[in-house]
Ligand binder design. Structure first.
Ligand code: MN
Length: 143
C-alpha cells in the first residue's frame, strides 16, 4: 500500500514544488496550509511521514511538531522540518521541537525523494528493533 506523506506548507509555490518533486513517487500526498489543518489531517489520515514548514501563519511548525509528538500515534512518525532562511540556531530549534531532520530552503529537489525513501525504510527497523530486542541491552537512551 502506498505510504502517505503530509506536506505542511503555506506558500502555494513551495507547495507546488513539493508536489512536483514527489508526484512521480508512489506516495499518497496530503496537504495542509496551516497548523490546525496539519493536526486535523494528521489525526484523520495517520501519515507515514510529515514535511513541516516551520514558518506558518498562526501556530508555527515547531508548535505543530511538539503537539504531534505528544500524541502516541505520532511519537515515531518521521518529520522533516523545513525553514525559509537558515538562521543561526534553526537546526537546534527544529530538532529540539521533535523533527528528525532539518532542511533549509531552497529544497534540493533531487535529494528530497532519496531522503524520504530512506526515512520511510528505516522506520520499520527502528520499531522492530525496539520491540523485538531480546539481547538484554537496557542502556538505550531512548528519552
Ligand atoms: Mn511558510
Amino acid at each position: 500500500m502506498a505510504e502517505k506523506i503530509l506536506i505542511v506548507e503555506d506558500n502555494p509555490q513551495n507547495m507546488r514544488l513539493m508536489e512536483m518533486t514527489l508526484r512521480g513517487e508512489n506516495y499518497i500526498l496530503l496537504k495542509a496550509t496551516n497548523g490546525e489543518e496539519a493536526l486535523d489531517t494528521a489525526r484523520r489520515e495517520q501519515p507515514d511521514l510529515i514535511i513541516m514548514d516551520i514558518q506558518l501563519p498562526g501556530m508555527n511548525g515547531l508548535e505543530v511538531t511538539r503537539k504531534l509528538r505528544e500524541v502516541p500515534a505520532f511519537s515515531r512518525t518521521p518529520i522533516i522540518g523545513v525553514t525559509a532562511y537558515a538562521m543561526k540556531g534553526d537546526r537546534e530549534k527544529v530538532i529540539e521541537a521533535g523533527c528528525n531532520l532539518y532542511l533549509p530552503k531552497p529544497i534540493d529537489t533531487r535529494k528530497l525523494p532519496e531522503m524520504i525513501a530512506e526515512m520511510l525504510c528505516q522506520r520499520p527497523e527502528i520499531i522492530s528493533g525496539l520491540s523485538g530486542d531480546s539481547s538484554g541491552r537496557q542502556e538505550s537512551s531512548d528519552n
